[in-house]
Design a protein around this ligand. Structure first.
Ligand code: ASP
Length: 326
């Protein structure tokens, strides 16, 4: 029995898919999203799934929300999946911040994945519950100062983009807030709208329509320049509001488990590039304040180098803020 099992394992490890048979007939492609459905990462993944379907011959592409632990559960699930091109991952800046933020992540960002290409750059926005008495950034900082020790700030868990942004904000304002972790910023947004939490810093891909619909109040954008998206164009930057040098822009990228055959990687990257040039996909992303990648980061090597550079960029900043998770 033991012999049979080891034979089966050996046989499966030498088995490989090649581009000619990829996607495997009648087998769906699953994009793992490491956060809850309805949030910003989920939204990018679902739009991308739609845009990549045609260039991959009409294959069914489904999204699996493996949410929790700041995005590390879904990343780990993908790292351990069969490397046949049928399990992919859409993840954000967490791929660059987790190696510093989380002490014991059960996978290696640099060596457990094939990098398939970067998707977009996304600004973040500082938003509040609708009942917030402050009406602009200056009033918000006054409210924060008056309410020290009583403020609840939502995030998507340690290692998430909202966690990073909240961390930098607290450091810059020299204020500690009570952080309330969720499995994604979709449920955090629901609680913000309901007034259960006070503040959230989240991708514009999740906040634009809520700002437009006046469901939440918006105070600033985290990028060094103001945005041009109609609903966001009047928001000041944090830098111009007094937090000199404050700059966070997050990105989403597409990954496959390490060992996915090189020719399958080429095919997936080609399909990704078709999606990134798809006017429908670009329109949807731009309407939500995101900028679709057009530079060398669309290529696996450019994507990998960019994430490696981001790890180096964020590591000292996170260490200076002094926050880690086990
Ligand atoms: N915006 C979330 C974050 O803060 C993740 C999500 O729900 O997409 O990382």
């Amino acid at each position: 029995m033991k012999k049979l099992l080891s034979f089966a394992l050996a046989a499966s490890s030498v088995w490989a898919v090649h581009a000619a048979d990829f996607p495997i007939k009648d087998k769906v492609i699953t994009i793992v999203v490491p956060f809850t459905a309805g949030g910003p990462t989920d939204r990018v993944a679902r739009d991308l799934a739609e845009a990549m379907r045609k260039p991959l011959g009409g294959v069914a592409i489904v999204v699996d929300n493996a949410a929790g632990a700041g995005g590390s559960i879904g990343a780990n699930k993908t790292a351990k999946a069969t490397p046949d091109g049928h399990t992919l991952l859409v993840h954000h800046i967490g791929m660059a911040t987790m190696p510093t933020l989380v002490r014991n992540i059960p996978f290696k960002v640099e060596s457990d994945f094939e990098y398939l290409g970067l998707i977009n750059d996304v600004p973040m926005t500082v938003i509040s519950k609708p009942g917030m008495p402050a009406n602009n950034y200056k009033e918000l900082t006054a409210w924060i100062a008056q309410n020290k020790g009583k403020i609840n700030l939502g995030n998507a868990g340690i290692g998430s983009a909202s966690h990073l942004c909240g961390l930098l904000l607290q450091t810059a304002l020299q204020t500690d807030m009570t952080t309330v972790p969720y499995k994604g910023t979709a449920p955090a947004m629901t609680d913000l709208i309901g007034g259960q939490i006070d503040l959230l810093c989240d991708q514009t891909t999740n906040t634009t329509s809520q700002i437009e619909g006046k469901k939440v109040k918006a105070f600033a954008v985290t990028t060094p320049k103001r945005l041009t998206t109609p609903a966001l164009k009047d928001l000041p930057t944090l830098d111009e509001s007094g937090l000199k040098g404050f700059s966070v822009s997050i990105f989403h990228g597409l990954y496959a488990p390490k060992g996915t055959p090189a020719d399958v990687v080429v095919k997936l990257n080609a399909a990704l590039k078709v999606a990134l040039k798809d006017p429908e996909f670009i329109k949807k992303q731009e309407g939500l304040g995101a900028v679709v990648v057009t530079d060398g980061r669309m290529e696996p090597a450019g994507h990998k180098k960019f994430v490696a550079d981001e790890i180096v960029k964020w590591s000292p900043i996170i260490k200076a803020a002094g926050v880690y998770a086990e």
